[in-house]
Design a binder for this molecule. Structure first.
Ligand SMILES: Cc1ncc(COP(=O)(O)O)c(C=O)c1O
Length: 367
């Protein structure tokens, strides 16, 4: 749909930031970057207009945008985004983990939201151009990386409810440390029985801002109940585990097999897909199927369930230690990280950082 590319990837122009953050200040900031509050010196902006295609691609100084109050995104939320990381490689270069998978998912999100698709190569070139401009911002601390946030929004100035005729595709970069404060050994999960995240035919399987807006109240409820993250049940029967607010979920059993909820209304996570592949490589039986909250509770009580973990780009793999809800309250295993969870995490983070074998060629050199 409307994938007109009048700008080729080689044509991203560069306007260097005339007053970048000083080296001393940057070093101080990078010692403790937190998550998502710190941004680099540059961003990449590419515009789209019906009839003209993608144009005006540039790396430019990071800064505020000026938006007309009637800009379509402010009213109808026609917006999509992605999240991927650039890692410092042992040889001093920088690598991306499966960036073309993010580019493809961005296209599928665009199709669902009636937006133009960003050509794969243009998406990748935007990520490379930004990492090249701001590679000094990749944190050297343990577990650190440069989180890239490509996003696109409807920029037409019009209050009619229809797909916008103009869009802005931006990529910004944020140096990050650990996603969970204190590098939590295991996270606690709140089961939302009042709210659902996505229904069949909805937008659950794409990455649009609206999904996250709807998850904020249930996530706040999780925090109020002393939990780290919310887990959603399916919208039809309110029985089956879908996913967390921002992560997919896996269950590990005493026979060594694993289960993860099937695709449909959940986001097809790139971390989820990578874990499925690594598990199969290791001869682990993994089933993609429905798994109910009642079964989760029963399996945790009987000891059949040994481990559970959440996964996504931001936290990579986070062990789930306990589960709470209005009618459930249980601990998984000993409440800490499980053996297989730790093993998969070490393998995946090793591949991402270029320190362990990468049999599927997932690591792409950025610079
Ligand atoms: C709702 C949701 N599920 C799952 C994921 C994990 O996806 P990925 O592994 O591609 O980061 C994310 C994060 O992007 C998410 O927001």
């Amino acid at each position: 749909m409307r994938e007109k590319a009048s700008v080729s990837s080689a044509k991203i122009s560069i306007e260097a930031n005339p007053s970048p953050v000083s080296e001393a200040k940057r070093k101080e900031l990078l010692a403790n970057p937190g998550f998502g509050r710190l941004f680099t010196d540059h961003m990449v902006m590419i515009r789209y207009a019906d009839g003209k295609g993608w144009h005006d691609a540039k790396v430019m100084p990071y800064g505020p945008l000026q938006i007309d109050p009637a800009c379509a995104v402010l009213h109808y939320g026609q917006e999509i985004f992605e999240g991927l990381k650039a890692y410092r490689l042992p040889d001093g270069g920088a690598g991306f983990f499966r960036p073309e998978a993010n580019a493809q998912r961005f296209q599928s999100s665009a199709r669902r939201l009636a937006m133009p698709e960003v050509p794969i190569e243009l998406f990748l070139e935007a990520q490379r151009a930004l990492v090249k401009a701001d590679s000094r911002w990749i944190p050297e601390i343990e577990g650190g990386s440069l989180y890239l946030r490509p996003f696109m929004f409807a920029s037409e100035v019009f209050l009619g409810v229809k797909p916008s005729s103009e869009y802005i595709f931006l990529t910004i970069a944020s140096p990050v440390g650990a996603y969970f404060k204190g590098g939590a050994p295991a996270v606690s999960i709140w089961v939302s029985d009042k709210f659902t995240r996505a229904g069949p035919g909805g937008t659950g399987e794409v990455k649009c801002g609206g999904n996250y807006a709807a998850s904020l109240l249930p996530q706040a409820e999780a925090i109020e109940n002393g939990c780290d993250q919310v887990v959603f049940l399916d919208a039809v029967e309110h029985k089956y585990i879908d996913e967390l607010g921002g992560m997919n979920v896996f269950f590990v059993f005493d026979d060594g097999s694993m289960v993860t909820p099937e695709l449909g209304t959940i986001l097809p996570g790139i971390t989820r897909d990578s874990i499925l592949t690594l598990a199969r490589d290791a001869g682990i039986k993994v089933r993609q199927q429905k798994y109910s909250i009642d079964q989760w509770k029963a399996d945790a009580a009987s000891g059949r369930l040994r481990e559970a973990f959440a996964c996504g780009t931001a936290a990579v793999i986070a062990p789930i230690g306990s589960v709470k809800g209005t009618s459930v309250n249980f601990v998984i295993g000993n409440g800490g990280p499980g053996i297989l969870t730790e093993k998969l995490k070490a393998q995946l983070t090793g591949i991402q950082r270029g320190t362990v074998a990468d049999p599927h060629g997932w690591l792409q050199r950025g610079i």
